[in-house]
Design a protein around this ligand. Structure first.
Ligand SMILES: [Zn+2]
Ligand SMILES: [Zn+2]
Length: 450
């Protein structure tokens, strides 16, 4: 479809809207909404948008930055927003940015991307490999930024249509430190969701085919926390254990006892996980060390189960250590690694998503998934206001299975970029279209930031 046809369509839509201010007009009902997602997808696949996103994604991929250190990434995004004439607020949560497209009036709908990379060495040999040793965009956040900027570009280029037609504001959220740093919590605590009615986010996934999306209503991902414990005993000769207090044996018992929290204390129908992922102690074959450090993560699907698990982890570690004559201290790093809440998808937003994604991709390509024990700090947003999170498929049969996130062989299928950008743009635009009401606009104040 030519850009002329596309502009005409939006123009016609605006004309219809201005003639029929009540948004219940039949054209703006099912038929009008049904056309918007595929128009955005066609636009996102056009070279000027697709190549723009590919360029951004590759540039960010070459220059990965870790959580709360995304200074160049943030500067790069702000340059793009400046180029598009999109106003924004910065810095929020060190490197975060919030941009605004539209009238500055309600309703407000937010779309979000995370910006941080991982502390790992890229093993993929390609033209745009990470230039920073030991850092890699191995979770696809480079693609998330590219898609949000792609959506911003499409929405901004049709801003005048948006102002006339949608009478609302799209809020672009670029957040730092998703990988354990809880950047979303800091952004939320800074007040970026004030007056915002809903927020949408997604993650690329190699588990689902290109052209599909996957999600579910209600709980999607688990609450998550981390802990580290130091178990102290008394070191000595490995052949004379009676003169020592062995922290390695004590830690082994602690690890076994922690597994009983899941197998014997938790309801089998209430999914929970405790994993010890780190066990460090000792350097020699014949020396019992003074101390051992163990660390791990715990997950649950309700706040109550999560807090009970936390309480019992601490209790089991300290009491089991004392059974073995050791001392133990437990650190949950709540400041540095805040506990992530359960990611819960709002039921009304689920209906909106299914409708829009269905119109864009076909209902058969909107998949339902089981909840996952993984965690996502988008949950901090969805805890505060209605939120919705989904996966964008990247798997392409002809190219074979892609490595999963956090693998040094992780690759993004760039053909997925138009889908993410178009979903962001059409979900936000249609949300405003459906939720705009002249009365609501008069009653509610403008967003404080504008
Ligand atoms: Zn990740
Ligand atoms: Zn991620």
């Amino acid at each position: 479809m030519s850009s002329f046809t596309w502009v005409c369509l939006l123009f016609n839509l605006c004309m219809l809207l201005s003639s029929y201010p009540a948004l219940s007009d039949p054209f703006l009902g099912e038929k009008g909404l049904a056309e918007i997602p595929s128009k955005f997808l066609n636009l996102a696949k056009r070279p000027e948008i697709f190549e723009y996103m590919v360029k951004i994604r590759r540039s960010l991929h070459e220059n990965p930055e870790l959580g709360y250190e995304e200074f160049e990434t943030s500067r790069f995004i702000r340059n793009e927003l400046d180029g598009m004439g999109i106003p924004y607020k910065h810095p929020i949560a060190v490197t975060g940015i919030v941009g605004y497209i539209g009238t500055g009036n309600p309703p407000f709908v937010a779309i979000r991307a995370d910006m941080d990379a991982l502390a790992m060495q890229e093993a993929v040999e390609w033209e745009h490999k990470s230039k920073v040793p030991g850092k890699m965009h191995a979770c696809g956040h480079d693609a998330h930024v590219a898609m949000l900027l792609g959506a911003a570009k499409m929405l901004q280029e049709h801003r005048s249509d948006l102002e006339l037609a949608f009478q609302g504001t799209v809020i672009l959220v670029f957040q730092p430190a998703e990988e354990g740093g809880g950047g979303a919590k800091k952004m939320r605590d800074a007040g970026i969701l004030e007056n915002v009615d809903a927020i949408f986010g997604f993650h690329v996934s190699s588990s689902f085919p290109l052209g599909t999306v996957a999600t579910r209503a209600g709980p999607l991902m688990a609450a998550s926390g981390f802990f580290e414990a130091k178990i102290s005993g008394k070191g000595g000769h490995a052949a004379i254990p009676q003169h020592t207090i062995d922290p390695i044996l004590a830690s082994s018992n602690i690890i076994v006892s922690l597994q009983h929290l899941i197998s014997r204390e938790a309801d089998p129908l209430d999914s929970q996980v405790v994993t010890i992922a780190k066990f460090q102690g000792g350097h020699a074959f014949n020396v019992i060390p003074d101390s051992v450090t163990i660390a791990g993560t715990f997950r649950a699907f309700s706040q109550e189960s999560f807090m009970q698990l936390k309480h019992r982890i601490e209790e089991v570690i300290t009491l089991q250590a004392s059974v073995q004559r050791c001392n133990a201290s437990v650190n949950f790093y709540a400041d540095e690694k805040p506990f992530y809440p359960v990611t819960v998808n709002d039921k009304d937003l689920h209906k909106h998503f299914q409708k829009i994604a269905g119109h864009m991709l076909g209902d058969e390509n909107v998949k339902e998934v089981q909840p996952l024990m993984g965690a996502e700090d988008f949950s901090f947003f969805a805890e505060a206001i209605p939120g919705y999170f989904y996966y964008i498929g990247m798997f392409n049969e002809t190219e074979g299975q892609l490595a999963s996130g956090h693998s040094p062989y992780f690759k993004v299928n760039e053909d997925a970029l138009p889908y993410g950008a178009a979903l962001h743009a059409s979900i936000a635009a249609t949300y405003l279209l459906e939720h705009h009401s002249p009365i609501a606009t008069q009653k509610r104040s403008s967003h404080d930031e504008l």
